[in-house]
Write a protein that binds this ligand. Structure first.
Ligand code: ZN
Length: 143
């Protein structure tokens, strides 16, 4: 049963964050690729819920400015990163460049998009500065 879950099949002790990993492609016979955007080394910490939530909102906007086929970007339950799913073949270099641009753009955000009762399911649980801090940590590792 768990064999079908890609992330259960790799050893989380072997990788140090931040990193970008292809977590699947050709899913269901479709031209869809999934990426593991890992901000925190597994089992070495996690992002605070409010900062992670804000970073999710900001990435949802910012990554689409640089990628055309984005289906979804969602936080991992372990709070160490995000899964990005998009239409297209795996493009690790392109994802890295797009993520760099998106994170640089996030540093200029004056507020968290859609952080209100109408557009969010837990709108009081946000922290813009923490989210920018997580973005800075990933960017520092990319340079
Ligand atoms: Zn929300």
């Amino acid at each position: 049963m768990t064999d079908a879950v890609e992330s259960f099949g790799f050893d989380h002790r072997t990788l140090t964050a931040p990193f970008i990993r292809i977590a699947g492609s050709g899913l269901g016979g479709c031209n869809i690729s999934k990426y593991d955007l890992r901000f925190v080394t597994p089992n070495q910490g996690s992002m605070d819920t409010d900062g992670l939530h804000s970073l999710e909102h900001m990435l949802a906007v910012a990554i689409r400015e640089h990628r055309k086929g984005v289906v979804d970007i969602s936080p991992m339950g372990c709070r160490t990163g995000f899964y990005l799913t998009e239409i297209g073949a795996p493009d690790l270099m392109g994802i890295g460049e797009s993520l760099r641009k998106a994170l640089e753009g996030i540093l200029d955000f004056a507020s968290v998009p859609a952080a209100n009762e109408e557009q969010c399911g837990n709108w009081k649980d946000h922290d813009l500065l923490k989210a920018k801090g997580y973005a800075r940590l990933f960017l520092a590792a990319l340079k």
